[in-house]
Design a protein around this ligand. Structure first.
Ligand code: NAP
Length: 512
């Protein structure tokens, strides 16, 4: 039995309240040691944003309610009351590692990866070339990115064959009105609505059997209304490794089937062409983004061929596409954190199974990592559970030999934050913000009512019988503003996200 159990709870700080951090906290509270009563834990979950959920709030596309549904599970964990949420606290600025070590027995980093991986090709700096992660942050209403996003391109290239490329391409090609029902911020809806885009091209550098998509996410592409999917027979190359992958990997088999079916169905589009197209290209490796007057005007690829092992090699043949914007969705990359090491190659904190290592490769007592900052930005959200299990396993193994916190009192860290003027947010504050955003979504329908009322007042003769839909659509035929109002009247929005950080903090702290 732990000595600590007889004296005080074991204090743990987790830095980052995305899925990785919440899973780690949950797994620790449900560990055998805790359930047997051998260990009492007291966990504080810190988050740089005023709201919890990390990449689920700021990384998952708004039209992915299935994944957003994970929020429900994370909410349940945090709502139990045995894990304390402290938001709007930035590691390295508001609290240092030395602070954490003074106030906690153990610290777990679960800060994830939010930056775009770098693509080193000429022209990458041109206006109109943008990181996929940055675009995701924009459409997800991240408080720390500019609110304006220029969407002037008719033809856009999206580089990469992962799920982020799918999200970015789907959001760029979908008609804005089909997103209104989601939680997209209003400025995002308004901007997407003005987009002149007609063609979005996704480019993968390998073949259809080497995509990093997942089957459901790929199939979702075909659910966008008035968007045709276009494929090219010459891109459908399968080497021995591809055949083996199709034979042995169900996911690959399903996706190759989906792609080949779309290729076969394509001639049907010719009869009723959509107003937008989403092209899927394979075996294209980007070599240069070309520009005119500092702005993207095209992109050149080397055509690739498979080498028998599933890798691709250049053919020496090049092709250029006229595009006015390029989104690089070739993977995320972790960010370096003060006072801990950083692996520049992999974008992770150097660690062994979650035990953080110093420059000599020795484990730093009491410091751990989990999630994408531990293993790199790969894998679906659920994979971070396995990570957390491993990290928590080591933490429990080490716990009796860790340096003890000097100020383990739960109030002590709050006093420190207050003495430093940090406007931290709490779980109750999040509940208030959550309710506020949901209410904004519900109120959106009544916002549209004036449009409907104007139509009624316009003497349509329905005498206010409540047939607002007919009245609105009659007026909409001649008045774009009324059309917009009619569209808005027809949807009930899940929520409308509050974007400015100060406003999020203000609403969260009003009732804290
Ligand atoms: P990813 O799955 O690793 O895909 C990155 C893609 O970029 C790969 O196709 C890769 O090709 C390509 N790439 C890398 N370097 C390149 C270069 N220099 N030139 C051209 N192409 C290059 O990364 P991700 O899309 O950022 O996704 C990260 C993780 O989040 C994944 O596990 C993903 O499934 C998950 N995620 C899931 C969802 C969802 O809805 N379920 C949504 C978003 C993200 P190679 O294969 O040839 O290296």
């Amino acid at each position: 039995m732990s000595n600590l159990a007889t004296t005080r709870p074991f204090r743990v700080a987790i830095i980052g309240a995305g899925p990785a951090g919440v899973y780690a906290a949950d797994i620790l509270t449900k560990s055998q040691e805790v359930r047997d009563g051998h260990l009492e834990v007291s966990i504080d979950l810190f988050e740089a944003h005023p709201a919890p959920y990390g990449l689920i709030r700021y990384g998952v596309a708004p039209d992915h309610p299935r994944i957003k549904g994970i929020v429900g599970a994370l909410h349940k964990v945090l709502d139990r009351g045995d894990i304390r949420f402290l938001g709007n606290v930035t590691y390295g600025r508001d609290l240092t590692l030395s602070d954490f070590r003074e106030f906690y027995d153990a610290v777990i980093f679960s800060t994830g990866a939010i930056k775009d991986a770098a693509l080193q090709i000429p022209g990458v700096e041109l206006e109109g070339s943008f990181g996929g992660a940055d675009f995701v942050s924009w459409y997800d209403g991240h408080p720390d990115v500019p609110r304006e996003w220029p969407l002037e391109a008719k033809e856009i290239a999206v580089l990469g064959n992962g799920n982020v490329a799918l999200d970015v391409a789907r959001m760029l090609s979908k008609h804005a009105d089909d997103l209104l029902v989601t939680e997209i911020p209003d400025n995002v809806y308004q901007r997407l609505k003005t987009s002149p885009v007609t063609d979005v091209h996704i480019f993968g550098r390998r073949g259809p059997a080497q995509v990093k998509f997942t089957p459901l996410e790929l199939r979702e592409l075909s659910h966008s209304k008035d968007v045709d999917i276009v494929l090219y027979p010459e891109d459908f190359e399968f080497d021995a490794a591809s055949d083996e992958a199709v034979r042995t990997n169900n996911q690959i088999k399903t996706m190759v089937n989906t792609l080949t079916n779309w290729l076969a169905e394509e001639p049907e589009h010719a009869q009723h062409p959509a107003s937008r197209r989403l092209h899927l290209h394979f075996l294209h490796s980007p070599v240069e983004i070309t520009g005119t007057d500092g702005k993207v005007s095209g992109i050149t690829f080397e055509r690739m061929e498979l080498d028998g092992t599933g890798r691709a090699r250049g053919t020496g043949s090049f092709v250029e596409y006229p595009v006015q914007a390029v989104s690089r969705a070739i993977g995320y990359f972790g960010s370096e954190l003060p006072e801990v090491g950083f692996d520049e190659q992999r974008g992770v904190i150097p660690n062994e199974g979650g035990r953080v290592l110093d420059a000599d490769g020795t484990a730093v007592p009491g410091v751990y990592a989990t999630g994408w900052i531990k293993r790199g930005p790969v894998g679906l959200i659920g994979s971070t559970k396995g990570d957390a299990l491993e990290t928590i396993g080591y933490l429990l193994e080490d716990r009796l030999n860790l340096p003890k916190a000097q100020h383990p009192d739960e109030q002590a860290i709050v006093d420190l934050l207050e003495s430093r003027g940090v406007e931290y947010t709490t779980w109750e504050g999040w509940l208030a913000l959550d309710a506020h955003e949901t209410a904004l979504g519900a109120a959106f329908v009544s916002d549209a009512a004036p449009g409907r009322k104007a139509a009624d007042d316009g003497g349509t003769g329905d005498g206010g019988t409540g047939d607002g839909g007919t009245a609105a659509s009659n007026t909409a035929a001649s008045d774009p503003a009324a059309e917009d109002a009619a569209q808005r009247a027809a949807v009930i929005r899940q929520r409308i996200k509050v974007v400015p950080r100060e406003e999020m903090v203000h609403i969260s702290r009003r009732r804290s």
